[in-house]
Structures are given as structure tokens and as C-alpha cells.
Write a protein that binds this ligand. Structure first.
Ligand code: CTP
Ligand code: ZN
Length: 180
């Protein structure tokens, strides 16, 4: 069996740039906070994810299969949200469809598009009205669990989440969500 290829060795450049990026006007505590999750050069930072939804967002985006660096931080203290999560994805820009999917579990998330270390765009997510093939129906006898059919849910309420299965009409809330 072929050995898995090792990633191309990179120089120290990335780190050097990163270190320079820390704003010297920041108080020391803030700097330390910032350094706990490195800034990214190019990609997406998802911020303001509710504390309990961070890993669901990672699942929805299939980040386990992403080749670039992915940093996931959950249960960070946030003044406005209590606990929040942040996900930084180097080298990935989300599609509108992906942004909508995130809104299901993280209705107040911010999507920051980073280019050359700068925040180029800040998008507030918006919950979709229909969710296709993202969530598994929690009803074991639902046809989507027994036949090769994509799931489909209607978003009845966005926050707190309430969705209804198109096929069996079961209602589900955020605690019932299992990602397809
Ligand atoms: N960020 C990053 N890499 C960069 C630039 C920004 O990881 N090169 C991250 C920051 O750490 C932050 C998020 O992207 O988590 C948004 O950055 P910014 O808009 O500068 O932060 P805030 O003003 O705190 O954002 P908001 O107002 O949305 O809370
Ligand atoms: Zn169903």
C-alpha cells in the first residue's frame, strides 16, 4: 500500500508574517487571546457561533476533509454570548449554500472573509426557509431513514430552531440535529 504523502514542507514565512500581524497597540491580555488561535492569511473565519453548535458547524462544512489548516475553538468566553465558538479555515471560501446551512445551527454567526490577513468582508448568516440534505430526520420510520432519499426540512422558527420534516412531518429542535 502506498504511504500517505507528507505535506510539502513550508518555510518559516507563514509564522513570521503572523507574528508581525499582532497589533502592538493591543493590551497584552488581548494579544495573548489573539495568539491562542492564529490569524489566517486567506480563507474564512466563522465567529459568534453559539457554544453548543461549534462542532455541528464543523460537521456541516465537512471540515474533516479540508486540506488547509482548520482551527476550531469552542467554549470561549464572550461578553455578548456567554460562550461562543470560532472556526478558522485557511484556504476555504464558503458558498452561499454553505453559509445558509450554518445559519440553521448558528443563526447569529458572522462569516469573515480574509484575504492577505485582512478582513475583506463580514457576512451575517441568514437562515434558509428550506433545508435540503443537511439534517437527518430523528424519526426512525421516516422514509428518509429507510430509502435512498435526501432529507428535506422546513424552517418553522429560526431561533430557537424549529424545523419540520417534509416527509413525515415530525418537528425537531436544535437538540435533535444530527448532520447527514
Ligand atoms: N481574523 C483572523 N485572521 C485574520 C484576520 C482576522 O483569524 N487575518 C479573525 C479575528 O481573530 C476575529 C475575526 O477574524 O475572530 C474577525 O476579525 P475582526 O473583524 O478584526 O474582529 P472583531 O472586530 O472582533 O469582529 P466582530 O466585530 O465581528 O466581533
Ligand atoms: Zn422525517
Amino acid at each position: 500500500m502506498a504511504k500517505p504523502k507528507k505535506g510539502k514542507k513550508r518555510g518559516k514565512g507563514g509564522d513570521r508574517i503572523r507574528a508581525k500581524k499582532v497589533d502592538s497597540s493591543m493590551p497584552l491580555v488581548e494579544k495573548k487571546k489573539e495568539l491562542s488561535i492564529s490569524a489566517i492569511r486567506e480563507g474564512t473565519v466563522l465567529d459568534h457561533i453559539p457554544g453548543d453548535a461549534t462542532f455541528k458547524v464543523a460537521e456541516i462544512l465537512h471540515l474533516g476533509h479540508h486540506n488547509g489548516t482548520v482551527s476550531v475553538a469552542a467554549n470561549l468566553n464572550s461578553k455578548s454570548m456567554g460562550k461562543k465558538g470560532i472556526i478558522k479555515i485557511e484556504g476555504k471560501f464558503l458558498t452561499q449554500d454553505e453559509v445558509n446551512k450554518i445559519a440553521i445551527v448558528a443563526p447569529d454567526a458572522t462569516v469573515n472573509i480574509i484575504k492577505n490577513y485582512e478582513v475583506k468582508e463580514k457576512i451575517k448568516v441568514k437562515s434558509p426557509d428550506v433545508v435540503d440534505n443537511v439534517i437527518r430526520c430523528s424519526n426512525p420510520v421516516c422514509m428518509t431513514n429507510n430509502e435512498q432519499i435526501n432529507t428535506k426540512f422546513y424552517v418553522v422558527k429560526k431561533d430557537p430552531l424549529k424545523i419540520r420534516c417534509h416527509y413525515c412531518e415530525r418537528y425537531m429542535g436544535k437538540d435533535d440535529l444530527e448532520i447527514v
